[in-house]
Design a protein around this ligand. Structure first.
Ligand code: 5GP
Ligand code: MN
Length: 326
């Protein structure tokens, strides 16, 4: 019996949590597990608490049942499961509820995961939390709506099967999920590629003003708080910008800094293979994966950037690579 089935054994009232600023993999894994339990263990009560669900993910079954994070403190059931979160603080307001729960389980794929649950099931090599979750479920018991959520999560965290975290196993699982008759092209277009006009304009603004650094090996995109106000943009309107920056020819590291509040910057980092951006982000109190990571920093942007560039360019070995010398 696997760690999930064991945790579920004596649990009748279950809460599912994901990380703040939930992405497709986070929402997908929470809704997939909710659906799976509803389909196969209908006597159990399962509630999902998330900070938000993006408009592009509202088509997923159960998205309309997601409860706001503020209500998590009312939960006094048997089991809390964290999906796609690398550390307790990533659960936001739900962190305190999770910490005090009778039974906790962490299911994740971040190599920086701090194993903050009583039980922890972390596969740092898996493409997505949805892939890790799939391995814990009985394939034959996966319904079409559950498969849809798992497939969506995998699509999002692999950038539609493009990123190097996409393995042979990822494709096998995607194939198994497709066999339920999913409208895969629609899922990919509507939830991943489709952008609103505002999102397209924000992307154009950031890409248009992007700054090349470190001998054209590091590309920086910035969206200031003032620009966000002027354009009427929220954090949801910046999806995909970092992936666009990463694709610029010759770039080894792409950086996107979004000023969510005055002097509070959310950094997204992407590497094309030579720099471990997870190590860099961990230094700044964040985390993630070797090739995709992030953190939040407060202060003057230029000061943070100086420190960040020093870290990325550090040739001390820990961060591996000095783009200027290679
Ligand atoms: P993104 O740049 O898309 O926000 O995040 C890329 C990856 O880094 C995701 O796997 C995400 O969970 C992780 N990540 C982003 N920001 C943070 C952060 O502030 N702390 C931690 N621990 N991980 C982060
Ligand atoms: Mn993920």
């Amino acid at each position: 019996m696997n760690v999930l089935m064991k945790a579920l054994l004596e649990s009748a009232d279950i809460a599912l949590f994901g990380h703040v600023n939930p992405d497709g993999d986070c929402v997908g894994s929470c809704l997939a597990l909710r659906q799976y339990l509803q389909d196969n263990e209908p006597e159990k009560r399962v509630r999902v608490y998330l900070e938000s669900v993006g408009r592009n993910l509202l088509f997923l079954s159960g998205a309309d049942q997601v409860l706001p994070l503020e209500e998590a403190s009312n939960f006094d059931g048997d089991l809390c499961i964290s999906l796609d979160a690398g550390s307790l603080d990533r659960l936001g307001e739900a962190g305190e509820v999770f910490r005090k729960a009778k039974k906790t389980l962490v299911i994740d794929h971040h190599i920086t995961n701090t194993h903050f649950g009583m039980e922890n099931w972390v596969d740092g090599a898996a493409s997505s939390c949805c892939q890790v979750l799939y391995e814990l479920l009985d394939d034959e018991k996966i319904s079409k709506p559950c498969a849809e959520a798992l497939y969506t999560g995998i699509v999002h965290d692999t950038g539609v099967f493009r990123f190097s975290n996409t393995s042979e196993r990822t494709m096998q699982i995607a194939g198994r999920l497709m066999s339920r008759g999913l409208a895969t092209n629609e899922i990919i277009d509507r939830s991943f590629y489709q952008k609103t006009f505002l999102q397209t304009k924000v992307m154009a603004k950031v890409v248009g003003e992007a700054r090349m650094m470190a001998d054209s090996k590091v590309l920086l995109g910035v969206l200031t708080n003032e620009q966000m106000h002027v354009m009427g943009a929220t954090s949801e309107d910046t999806d995909g910008i970092i992936d666009q920056l990463r694709l610029v020819k010759g770039v080894e590291v792409a950086i996107f800094a979004r000023e969510d509040a005055p002097h509070v910057f959310k950094f997204s980092l992407r590497s094309n293979g030579k720099v471990d951006v997870s190590a860099v982000s961990t230094y700044f109190g964040g985390g993630g994966h070797r090739l995709a990571a992030g953190f939040t920093a407060k202060g003057e942007l230029e000061d943070i950037l100086n420190e960040l560039m020093a870290m990325i360019l550090s040739d001390k070995g820990k961060y591996g690579w000095n783009p200027i010398n290679q």
